[in-house]
Design a protein around this ligand. Structure first.
Ligand SMILES: Cc1cc2nc3c(=O)[nH]c(=O)nc-3n(C[C@H](O)[C@H](O)[C@H](O)COP(=O)(O)OP(=O)(O)OC[C@H]3O[C@@H](n4cnc5c(N)ncnc54)[C@H](O)[C@@H]3O)c2cc1C
Length: 396
């Protein structure tokens, strides 16, 4: 093994949070390395379809956004983190725009949708490939900067040194004054162990959280895993696909076998998922042709114009599979999706260990035990930037 290479800041992971942290740290003048498990493109962030929340509506405010997060979390979120998240949301959107993200617009303003648990229309979108657009812009910024990118270099070990941290990432031995953990959640591994479907990419396996815990970092709510209410249930090649929540924002409703609405389709995620589980348990579900449990999502109620502007990818996927969601209902069932909890952080994204930062899905507190849709991409940008800036500051 070659002698360690020295950096000011080492970022682990190339999802939205890691990319945002790397951009922010480099812009603060730090020498940055970003090591990731697979390719730079491989992450959950790029799969995000629905959108990102920010209070741009005339009738909206960061305070109302914060109240919705607090209520949806069943009053378990960390209020300080929630206030940062919602107060910096509009600034994060403008930052993304400077980097090249073009949010879908309507009548001169942003096209805003209402997502589950929200009291206002607050969800910005880039069609239904929002995560792809955000990660592409962030990755372009990283690749155009002086940041050293190390794909296929999974973090294997991390230890303290007198001046910071030493990390083994694949074949590389790296030293840095500060480290930002942005390695995402663990729902892919968890689903495999449970024999269930997951929306996650195969790199979402959680070993970096384990490394941090072994070093003594504190965590919270790690047991609180989120089911996306609308996993695709049929046809078989759509199983595990997350049907965007924006289908429901634009009018789709959940129906049981008798064609009855059995829940508020735009309730908080955990309540909607539980209502589907309960309906199926009562015998009021619909079985898929391969014998899986499901209920119907009546997507025929979505106006064609809304679908074409905000759901083109979903339409393409289903139509290619032989189903037109604007002409027939689709079958859905909850699917393992998101790790609500994670490493405890402060408002600058520092964990309980000095010089070790965490942002994105690996961190806990911002969503408490139940995340609202559209707040994860936001968290990646707001706390990714904060982590990058604070890590660069620490390295000085
Ligand atoms: C299908 C889908 C749809 C979604 N839709 C939305 C949405 O519309 N709005 C929203 O706000 N949120 C959405 N989410 C949630 C959101 O996209 C993610 O929670 C968020 O983007 C996570 O970002 P992250 O940077 O924390 O992690 P990720 O994007 O998962 O990135 C983690 C990175 O760490 C790397 N990594 C993992 N282990 C290691 C290791 N040992 N060493 C080095 N690198 C490692 C991974 O390879 C990856 O590059 C969706 C998620 C999915 C899966």
């Amino acid at each position: 093994m070659a002698a360690p290479i020295h950096f000011d800041v080492l970022v682990i992971g190339s999802g939205a949070s890691g990319l945002a942290a790397a951009v922010a740290a480099e812009r603060k003048g730090a020498r940055v390395a970003l090591a990731t498990k697979g390719s730079l493109q491989s992450c959950n962030s790029a799969k995000a379809q629905g959108g990102i929340q920010a209070a741009f509506g005339d009738d909206d405010s960061p305070e109302l956004h914060a109240d919705d997060v607090w209520r949806s979390s069943h009053e378990t979120a960390d209020r300080r983190l929630v206030d940062v998240l919602t107060t910096e949301a509009t600034d994060a959107i403008h930052w993304l725009e400077e980097l090249g993200v073009q949010f879908t617009r309507d009548n001169g303003g942003y096209r805003l949708a209402r997502c589950g648990g929200a009291s206002r229309k607050r969800l910005l979108q880039v069609g239904d490939r929002t995560g792809h657009a955000i990660t592409t812009a962030l990755r372009d910024a990283v690749e155009a900067s002086s940041t050293e990118t190390l794909p296929k270099s999974p973090l294997r070990s991390l230890e303290r040194t007198a001046s910071g941290w030493r990390a083994r990432c694949g074949e590389h031995e790296l030293e840095a004054a500060a480290v930002v953990l942005a390695a995402g959640g663990r729902c892919y591994r968890e689903a495999e162990e449970r024999g269930e479907l997951s929306t996650n990419h195969p790199g979402a396996t959680g070993e970096v959280t384990r490394i941090a815990l072994d070093l003594g970092a504190e965590a919270r709510d790690l047991d609180a895993l989120q089911y996306h209410p609308n996993g695709g249930a049929w046809p078989s090649n759509m199983q595990g696909y997350s049907i965007p929540e924006t289908t429901r924002a634009y009018g789709a409703v959940l129906l049981n076998a008798d064609g009855e609405e059995f829940t508020d389709s735009l309730g908080p995620r955990d309540q909607v998922s539980q209502a589907i589980f309960d309906e199926v348990a009562k015998g009021k579900g619909v079985e898929t042709p391969d014998g899986r449990p499901a209920v119907a999502l009546d997507t025929t109620r979505i106006a064609e114009e809304d679908a074409e502007i905000s759901l083109p990818y979903m339409l393409r996927r289903y139509r290619a599979a032989g189903i037109d969601p604007l002409k027939e209902r689709i079958l859905t069932y909850p699917v393992l999706h998101y790790q609500n909890g994670g490493l405890v952080i402060g408002t600058d994204a520092e964990t309980t260990l000095e010089g070790l930062f965490a942002c994105g899905e690996i961190a806990g507190g911002t969503h408490g035990r139940n995340r609202m849709m559209g707040n994860s991409l936001l968290e990646c940008c707001v706390f990714g930037r904060r982590a990058g800036r604070a890590a660069a500051e620490k390295a000085k």
